[in-house]
Ligand binder design. Sequence first.
Ligand SMILES: [Zn+2]
Length: 263
Amino acid sequence: MLIDAHTHIYPEKIAEKATSSIGDFYELPMAASIGNVEGLLNSGKAAGVDRYLICSVATSPLQTRTITNYIKTEVDLHPEFFGLGAYHQDNIPKEEIEYIISSGLKGIKIHPDFQKCAIDDEKFCNLYEEMGDKLPILIHMGDKRYDYSHPKRLANVLNKFPKLKVIAAHLGGYQAWGEAVAELTSFVKKGNIRFDESSSLAFLSKEKAKEIIRHYGAENIFWGSDFPMWSHKSEVELIESLGLNSNELDWIFYKSITEFFGL
Ligand SMILES: [Zn+2]
């Protein structure tokens, strides 16, 4: 069983442009040139992926419903998908949370750097307050060029909202893996944080990656491709090359996320 905890897809009309603009933002080559449904399923099939968590990010309040509706439509069309709704800091928390729940989606995705709003900004705090433990939130974490998604800001949030259920993407902080360990470790024992390991392993030595995964515990880690950034096949090979045991890989590939979302 293999579940991808972090993927992005876009409607056909904008898929190519959206994919290349992410590549530009991160100054990285994208594994797939078009982040559409067909591309995701083909890439995943080559690696034996069974299920995919799909999401996208709203960079204006008006985009939120369009994105949430698109994710819901694709989830309804593809039984292998489950999805997260969008949220922009200028939306009204109660309205979006109710809409996302009524759409049958499993949580919310935010990307503080794309949205130019810090994780612990008052506007996002209004969202967390309203969310409580009703829905989990997947948060893009880390980027040395920005401070919006610094792990210390997530620590502020988890201190303030102890009931919040968070998936900290990219092992807690892309390009901020050490800071993430320093800031977020204490919340792991309390049980309100999980991590996905997407867009991390290519930048860490095998020793370091394995050390961080074992530090947080494999039962708290989800495997994710960050498609269209990386191909599923290379991401499976990468995590299998770290020297983790098969029990740890079972947690990372499907057990942790199954338990977290109650799939
Ligand atoms: Zn993402």
